[in-house]
Design a protein around this ligand. Structure first.
Ligand code: 3HC
Length: 311
């Protein structure tokens, strides 16, 4: 019976059919999806903090309104993805407990500080640009709820990327001090963004199986390369230098060569020892604790509504 179910599952994966919550699936498939989707959701929620720190200090009402919308979108992406993960049988409490106790991961990129207003534009341009690269293939993920969530998320991500780039264009037309501020932000974010795509394929324990199951469609290194090739011309239009002396066009490969990524820094950040890990997780846990009354009130209201319906 089990082998029949396994064969049926493999046939559906090979035929590029979507696996839905009620379908039989190998426990390891379920487990790796809970791992990836919940950590994706954690990333979106934690990712609200770096930019959120600038909502009260945006330089104009227009920029404040755009930033508010973007941070709200990220929160929405997180809740959407937690719901997608719940279709696999895990609970919101379990996922949040894993995050709050430091057992679950979230994207390394959000453990860096946003020191100036230019960081907000650079995050939109580079971090959301990288996120789009990573999330477009996920629209074709074999697990239905995740793929459908990604289609919705990608639509909003393109706004995130465009608004960041447009904000930087405005600053680059500004004073020398504003131009220097943008260049400083690019210098600080470029390498952590390249690392965000994940370890090199040779050091990526989940990739092979993820590819086999149609969860990962494009490898970490391939996406990283695509991102570099797409971003170099954008940097040229912007008038900023990318901080990599080894970055240059390789005519033979028809791609850009680029320098070595500091994987020690990446793993230190992934394992909780990046510049802002303690602050990001501390802020998250505090917000969750302080929000307990909202959850209690919503549950009390729902219980009253249910009691009324039963009368
Ligand atoms: N930050 C933290 N951990 C990372 C990481 C990163 N940037 N990249 C990889 N890792 C972790 C993996 O989670 C895995 O650890 P685990 O087994 O405990 O989960 C380990 O490093 C080995 O990496 P693998 O390449 O083997 O793992 P995956 O095959 O899962 O690939 C991934 C990693 C590419 C991040 C993949 O999980 C993925 O595509 N996740 C969904 C997309 C996502 O999370 N995007 C980034 C954040 S969301 C975002 O950017 C929001 C935007 O609006 C700004």
């Amino acid at each position: 019976r089990q082998t029949q179910l396994q064969t049926r599952f493999d046939e559906r994966i090979d035929a590029d059919q979507k696996i839905e919550p009620q379908d039989w699936m190998p426990e390891a498939y379920r487990k790796t999806l809970v791992r990836q989707i919940s950590q994706h959701a954690h990333s979106e929620i934690i990712g609200m903090q770096p930019e959120g720190n600038w909502i009260s200090r945006a330089p104009s009402l227009k920029r404040k309104a755009i930033l508010l919308a973007k941070v709200q979108d990220e929160g929405g992406h997180g809740l959407y993805l937690y719901s997608a993960a719940e279709t696999l049988g895990t609970s919101r409490e379990q996922m949040l407990d894993s995050l709050h106790t430091g057992r679950a991961k979230y994207s390394s990129i959000f453990n860096y500080p946003t020191l100036t207003w230019a960081d907000v534009g650079v995050i939109g341009w580079l971090v959301d640009g990288a996120a789009i690269m990573n999330q477009i293939p996920l629209c074709r993920c074999s697990y239905g709820p995740y793929a459908r969530a990604m289609i919705r998320v990608c639509k909003e991500e393109s706004f995130h990327q465009r608004q960041g780039y447009e904000s930087l264009l405005a600053q680059m037309k500004g004073t020398p001090a504003q131009r220097d501020m943008v260049q400083d932000a690019v210098n600080r974010w470029w390498w952590p963004v390249l690392a965000m795509f994940g370890p090199p394929d040779a050091d990526s324990p989940n990739s092979a199986q993820g590819m086999r199951w149609g969860i990962k469609r494009v490898s970490n290194d391939e996406l990283r390369q695509k991102f570099v090739d797409a971003t170099v011309p954008q940097a040229r239009v912007l008038g900023v230098m990318l901080p990599d002396p080894d970055l240059k066009w390789n005519e033979e490969r028809q791609q850009h060569d680029y320098g070595a990524i500091d994987w020690d820094e990446f793993w230190a950040t992934v394992n909780g020892n990046g510049p802002c890990n303690k602050e990001r997780l501390g802020t998250r846990v505090k917000a969750h604790m302080e929000g307990q009354w909202v959850r209690d009130a919503a549950l009390a209201h729902a219980a009253k509504q249910k009691a009324r319906q039963l009368k």
